[in-house]
Write a protein that binds this ligand. Structure first.
Ligand code: SF4
Length: 367
């Protein structure tokens, strides 16, 4: 049984004990650098609650991640005491960063981190190393000189977390992880707010048996930005449908594809790590490469179908979605695409569509 601290309570306790906490918007950022400055990143993806004030600042066709994040920021939560960080993930988040910094204004610093986009080469690697250095300089203005030893320790900790996440992910794909859909994604998402030492303890406490656990559930890979809402995950559990693999920005797209060597030079390690992350719609890379990667993952996990869990109005995902669906269907893989506004509850129509996918996959298992 996993004992995962509640996100809000955990962060409140951290804040009350004097911890510096930075609100970090999705998705890719050098978390090790923040840890080295004794800053705890608290990632903001889908804060719960009604959207009361954010709509006044945003177009109607903006994704719910941006809406919910802005609503959270407008409430000026006192747990966020070290600023906000906006990685360059998509135009919507970049616009939000500008709005929060220049128009709305918040009582804490606002930082940006401009991840590279497109096809990667040697120049891009140099660019990434340079922006890491720039980010360090900017943080030093608020938090004093970076302690190189702390950065080295943080990279070693990050390396252990990545390695364990990779082991757990591979165990899940090969039926050696005794966790339900709900438990697995709760475990993955705990890394968005726990101290790295606490998160590593949690990951290490999960035992991986040597032999596969008998599994007669239908197997599905889920792709998108976030895992399905916990209500939907429970429904998949109820129907004996197992999300055996993921291609999620909040999940496997943030774990290097292979286990890296233990860090020697922190900046080189962080650069290497970034370029070993899987393909992602938000990096605007090659669609062929992304499709090949998805196909390999389907093969490794023996997934029989793919669920696209699309955050409504998410431009990067929608840009790739049509071609990914067509390419998968051409190879005979059943696909279900569902829009999400990141709210709880399931409509009757959602249930019917999930049941239909389950039946199709089960029919294929017996035929
Ligand atoms: S859901 Fe899509 S559009 Fe919204 S912030 Fe994330 S990447 Fe950007």
């Amino acid at each position: 049984m996993m004992n995962i601290p509640n996100r809000k309570e955990y962060l409140q306790q951290q804040s009350q004990s004097g911890q510096q906490i930075m609100g970090v918007l999705p998705a890719l950022y050098p978390r090790e650098m923040l840890w080295a400055f004794d800053i705890l990143p608290a990632e903001i993806w889908d804060p719960p609650g009604d959207i009361l004030h954010a709509n006044a600042h945003l177009q109607a066709t903006i994704c719910p991640v941006v809406k919910r994040s802005l609503e959270f920021i407008l409430k000026e939560p006192d747990i966020i005491n070290a600023g906000y960080l906006f990685p360059h993930t998509c135009d919507s988040l970049q616009n939000l960063a500008t709005q929060v910094k220049d128009l709305i204004g918040v009582p804490v610093p606002v930082y940006s981190f401009y991840n590279p986009k497109g096809e990667f080469n040697r120049t891009t690697r140099q660019y990434y190393t340079d922006i890491l250095g720039d980010f360090q300089t900017i943080l030093e203005q608020q938090h004093g000189s970076l302690d190189r030893k702390k950065l080295s320790t943080a990279c070693k900790l990050g390396h252990k977390i990545d390695s364990r996440r990779l082991e757990l992910q591979n165990a899940r794909m090969t039926d050696r992880l005794p966790l339900s859909n709900s438990e697995y994604f709760q475990l993955i998402r705990a890394g968005e707010y726990l101290q790295p030492e606490d998160y590593l303890k949690l990951l290490d406490a999960i035992s991986i048996p040597d032999e596969p656990i008998p599994n007669d559930k239908a197997r599905i890979m889920v792709s998108g930005i976030l895992p399905p809402h916990p209500d939907m995950l429970e429904y998949f559990d109820d129907l004996h449908l197992s999300l055996v693999a993921d291609d999620l920005l909040a999940g496997s797209r943030r774990i290097p594809r292979i286990k890296l060597d233990p860090p020697q030079d922190p900046m080189e390690y962080l650069t290497e790590r970034f370029f070993l992350l899987p393909p992602c719609s938000t990096k605007a890379g090659s669609l062929d490469e992304r499709f090949r990667y998805l196909n390999k993952r389907i093969g490794n996990s023996q997934a029989q179908g793919v669920l696209f869990n699309i955050v409504k109005f998410c431009e990067p995902e929608l840009f790739d979605h049509h071609l990914m669906v067509k390419a998968l269907k051409d190879t005979g893989i059943p696909v279900l695409s569902m829009d999400t506004e990141l709210q709880g509850g399931l409509s009757g129509q959602d249930k019917t569509r999930i049941e239909a996918l389950g039946e199709l996959l089960r029919d294929r298992m017996v035929s």
